[in-house]
Design a protein around this ligand. Structure first.
Ligand SMILES: NC(=O)c1ccc[n+]([C@@H]2O[C@H](COP(=O)([O-])OP(=O)(O)OC[C@H]3O[C@@H](n4cnc5c(N)ncnc54)[C@H](OP(=O)(O)O)[C@@H]3O)[C@@H](O)[C@H]2O)c1
Length: 373
């Protein structure tokens, strides 16, 4: 077996991770530790996490960390503190894998940290599965990594948009597919909450291309102009205007997870609400009501489950090819909508984390972070 160890990684490496208190997300700390590249086991690689995106989705990972196992991807040493998973890019700095060279760049699910030790299995030219035993029970969608060194769609200019929107757009694509599969439950109107959120406007972009659907984007007053500027919603409505909407058969796709907004939608549409799809919690309310609401019971949409279903129906390559076609259409629009803001080092990571937690990030901002100063 060939062993390729980077010269720089032969000695001890100073590493850092950002952790949050699981029961109080306002408490954070940076933990420093030492990695020994010589401890790498056969077939393992050590990657340097170069940059990652941070959006409301990552806050939801933390809110649901215990319930939905998000803390289990990158377990730390202290049970009370958790490492939030993020989507981004990493470079291989040491390798004991025969087919992965130092300097390869990969895209996928990483810890908010400077480094990660990985155990690639099922290697192909385009990617691999993370084979660390503790990851085996977790949803496969999060264990899949892309080798991007030669992939033109991952050219450097697009990398921030890939990190920021690609994982969210997969959900947008899957909800669009789900609604089409169900013939939009017989409704002509689809109402999206947190219409300014990246996952929501990805869905709006896709639904907008389907004929005979009226798209209503619900948002807060401060994000109204941004949502109107996207040009993919037929009507943009603030949260206090729900009761003024025309009565029509509708489907609700909820990215906000707000109890008050959900109740207002169900009370307004009543039996005309044909489906209530709970997707997100951007407004950070943990238990929006399901019981006692008029209309259908809200049902949770979990993208990784739909990926498993469509991988069976279409094959993995069938799903990837449909998704890549849709993504190639969406990607060029993003430079006009999202300003990429880069933040390097501890202070930037903490500031963006706190702003995202408090809902202070503007809808047209896309934050790319790194723990490297
Ligand atoms: N179920 C799944 O499989 C799945 C998959 C992907 C994403 N999601 C969920 O979809 C949601 C959106 O994620 P994203 O990354 O697309 O969001 P994002 O782009 O970061 O969303 C930003 C928008 O969310 C609202 N918002 C964010 N933080 C807030 C706060 N603290 N208080 C009030 N409003 C806040 C605001 O929208 P408005 O002013 O328009 O309300 C804001 O413009 C997340 O909860 C995410 O976990 C779920």
């Amino acid at each position: 077996m060939s062993q390729i160890l980077a010269a720089t990684a032969k000695s001890d490496l100073a590493a850092t991770q950002f952790v949050v208190r699981k029961d109080d997300l306002t408490q954070i700390r940076f933990e420093d530790f030492t990695l020994h590249a010589d401890d790498l086991q056969p077939e393992q690689i050590l990657v340097k996490v170069d940059s990652f995106a941070f959006t409301a989705n990552n806050i939801t990972y933390a809110e649901l960390g215990g319930k939905m196992s998000y803390w289990d991807f990158f377990p730390g040493s202290d049970e009370a503190w958790g490492i939030i998973p993020v989507w981004g890019f990493a470079d291989v700095v040491a390798s004991r894998h025969p087919a992965i060279a130092v300097d390869e760049r990969i895209y996928g699910y990483f810890p908010m940290a400077t480094h990660l030790v990985m155990q690639p299995v099922k290697l192909t030219d385009s990617g691999f599965i993370e084979g660390m035993p503790h990851r085996a029970k977790l949803p496969p969608a999060y264990n899949s990594y892309l080798r991007i060194t030669t992939e033109p769609a991952f050219a450097e200019t697009f990398q921030p948009y890939q990190a920021l929107l690609r994982p969210l757009f997969i959900t947008s694509f899957l909800i669009d597919d789900f609604l089409a599969d169900e013939n939009v439950f017989g409704a002509q109107t689809v109402v999206l909450s947190s219409a300014s959120a990246k996952t929501a406007f990805g869905l709006a972009h896709l639904l907008h291309r389907r004929k005979d659907i009226t798209l209503v984007g619900l948002t807060s007053a401060g994000n109204r102009a941004f949502v109107e500027g996207l040009g993919c919603y037929n009507r943009v409505v603030t949260y206090d205007q729900i009761a003024e909407q025309p009565m029509e058969d509708a489907v609700y796709v909820d990215f906000a997870g707000s109890a008050d907004v959900r109740r207002a939608i169900h009370e307004h549409y009543g039996d005309s609400l044909k489906y209530s799809c709970a997707v997100g919690l951007s407004h950070r309310e943990m238990n929006p009501p399901g019981k006692g609401l008029p209309g259908p019971k809200p049902l949770f949409f979990f993208a990784p489950d739909r990926i498993v279903k469509r991988s069976k129906d279409w094959g993995r390559s069938g799903l990837e090819s449909k998704l890549n076609t849709a993504w190639a259409d969406f990607l060029p629009l993003l430079q006009g909508w999202i300003r990429v803001i880069r933040g390097d080092g501890r202070a930037a990571v903490e500031a963006t984390y706190r702003a995202t937690l408090a809902g202070r990030v503007k809808a047209d901002e896309g934050h790319i972070l790194s723990l490297w100063e």
